[in-house]
Design a protein around this ligand. Sequence first.
Ligand SMILES: N[C@@H](CCC(=O)N[C@@H](CS)C(=O)NCC(=O)O)C(=O)O
Length: 223
Amino acid sequence: MKIHLDPISTTSRPLLLFLAEHDAAHEIVTVDIVQGDTKRPEYTALNPNQCVPTLEDGDFILTEGSAILKYLGEKTGSRTYPGGLRARARVNEAMDWFNTGLYRDLGYGVVYPQILPHYRFTNPVTQTDVRRRSEDWAAGRLAILDRHWLGGGGFLCGPELTIADYLGSCYIAITEFVGFDISPYPNITRWMSTMKARPSWAQTHGPWNALVAAVHTQPRQTA
Ligand SMILES: N[C@@H](CCC(=O)N[C@@H](CS)C(=O)NCC(=O)O)C(=O)O
């Protein structure tokens, strides 16, 4: 099984966490986003979205980080992707919530326009409007994460860690890029500390930590 990813990528790091905590034979193929590897014809043939990650299991190709995590969870029989109908539905629900809700506002609306020029609207008035609305909506979603998903005191889907925690914690970590303060959210803060204390986090986040440190030496983009 080959997994094509870039360790700095938010959608790749959940897979690295999973692989660090599971005994699954695999080969990592590094796709350097910054060097444009996702745009190369041979990679585009695997993943027409020109994004990481991509899984190659024999002749089976799978894109989308969330789908790959579920595939790995099922293939390895991992407890982190529980088999019961409702338990599994809850994990799927949490992952969809991060992908279609929180990440849209927090990632694409608030964080990326500050560090990646192509995510900014050319009209500064439009950009300011979008950023303000995204910040409001992101705050609302973070409050839901804090009170609803994490209010029970454990992980996202209960007392046991699931693949939703691998995904969600890596998504929340993008706040580090721009110094977005998560301290008003005590359960998010607690949960992120728990995730970062796992040995797998340090094992997989070296390139990410270096990138965050480098971004902090650059001037920030205003709205
Ligand atoms: N919906 C996709 C999104 C993947 C995605 O946006 N990946 C980014 C890195 S986090 C990427 O590969 N970008 C390629 C590029 O910017 O050239 C998933 O969840 O896997």
